[in-house]
Design a protein. Structure first.
Length: 423
């Protein structure tokens, strides 16, 4: 049930979209522990009812309908802020907040993060280290720009997320194939919530990290955590796991801090919790993407486990104009690993045999009967399971994740044969 400490007439925080229990339920739960929540969603899920004061069915693709729904709420009870942790709705949330004069960053700044072409343009104009990038309209233009960029290139959709449609290309034929993949990619309807198009960019070589930033005002950025990101084999960039260490030496890296702060300033971000992705190249950190929202893939949960900092609550506090708590309460490491199938086919059975205090959670995300595609063609929708562990340091976390993977199994009936696969 919603937090009983909330006054019946306390100002509401409007949340746009609940998301799924597995991926986003933790966010709504933490936010509702601090603020009374009114949930607007196309189909409010039953599990969310335990965490909200009220919910309303609204088409979140209809900005006018959302504005009218908030007006109806405000006629009966004060609305203190508007927030979403879902990529699809970040621009809408900013527009609604601006319409009602509520705290938040400007819609134009959020749109600049959603639109990778605008992001790159603003970063280049401000001299922020990033990738050289061009918007290409057709296959042969992409091939021409690949020659101009030289070396490997990366093609990606203009307004998607989750590495959907992102691919490295080294030859003209690979550029053509990657262009078609980027143009046809889709994920959770994001292709309908942004500007279409394909970018071709120079390939950035080096480890990838995300910087979890709390923006407290123009020019004031607090780095809450650094997330080490683990990727599958190229030419794809499928994320296979993340790790947060409360004592990560990168937290003290002045270049990372300066680049993150300069990038957010270039986009005009003035408030909120932002997920800034970088590659640590030999020339220094360079921006991969700016995200005007909490990180996905349970990254805020890793930050909470590792440091005690509650990013969903911090985002909610900023959305209502309150001062967030930014002092860590403990120090350890936390990591997540996503399991992928070894073969393409239908899942027939799953089992696991790991029970330990350091195993925060293990969830099968592919149920018997579901069809999964093996790498390299797998997307995040083909993940079969996730495991979250804690430990005193990164090495222990990696070892524990390996234990979990070794003791968990999945049976898959391959598409091409009648022999079951046990991973």
């Amino acid at each position: 049930m919603p937090n009983a400490s909330h006054s019946p007439r306390s100002p509401l925080l409007v949340i746009l979209g609940a998301g799924s229990r597995t991926w986003r339920g933790y966010g709504l739960q933490h936010i509702a522990a601090r603020h009374p929540v009114a949930l607007l969603d196309e189909k409010p899920p039953a599990w969310a009812e335990d965490h909200v004061v009220l919910s309303r069915t609204v088409d979140l693709t209809d900005g006018q309908a959302v504005t009218e729904a908030v007006e109806t709420l405000a006629a009966d009870r004060e609305v203190a802020g508007v927030l979403t942790y879902m990529e699809n709705h970040v621009v809408l949330a900013a527009r609604v907040a601006e319409h009602f004069g509520l705290p938040g960053t400007t819609p134009a700044s959020v749109e600049a993060c959603r639109d990778k072409y605008l992001s790159r343009s603003l970063l280049a104009a401000a001299g922020v280290p990033s990738a050289r990038s061009y918007l290409v309209a057709d296959v042969e233009t992409a091939v021409e720009y690949a020659v101009l960029l030289g070396g490997p290139v990366v093609l990606k959709p203009r307004s998607l997320a989750g590495s959907a449609g992102v691919q490295r290309a080294d030859t003209p034929d690979q550029v053509r194939s990657a262009f078609q993949a980027a143009r046809g990619a889709g994920l959770f309807g994001l292709e309908r919530a942004g500007t279409s198009g394909v970018l071709i960019e120079e390939y950035l070589e080096g480890p990838e990290v995300s910087v979890e930033c709390v923006v407290l005002g123009h020019g004031t950025v607090h780095i809450a955590a650094i997330t080490r990101k683990y990727l599958g084999d190229e030419p794809f960039f499928q994320e296979t796991g993340h790790l947060v260490d409360a004592t990560d030496p990168l937290l003290a890296d002045p270049q990372i801090r300066d680049v993150a702060q300069a990038a957010l300033a270039a986009a005009g971000i003035s408030s909120g919790v932002m997920h800034v992705e970088m590659r640590l190249t030999r020339e220094g950190p360079r921006i991969v993407e700016l995200n005007a929202r909490l990180g996905g893939d349970l990254i805020p949960h890793l930050v909470l486990l590792a440091t005690g900092l509650n990013l969903p609550q911090i985002a909610a506090d900023l959305a209502v104009g309150a001062d967030p708590e930014l002092v860590p309460s403990h120090s350890q490491s936390a990591a997540i690993r996503f399991l992928f199938p070894d073969v393409t086919g239908h899942v027939t059975a799953v089992h696991t045999g790991v029970f330990a205090s350091w195993l925060d959670r293990f969830e099968w995300t592919a149920a018997p009967g579901s069809h999964v595609t093996a790498p390299p063609r797998a997307t995040l929708l083909d993940r079969t399971a996730l495991a979250v562990v804690t430990g005193p340091g990164p090495d222990i976390c990696h070892h524990r994740l390996q234990q979990v993977e070794q003791r968990s199994g999945i049976h898959i009936q391959p598409d091409a044969t009648t022999n079951a696969c046990v991973a």
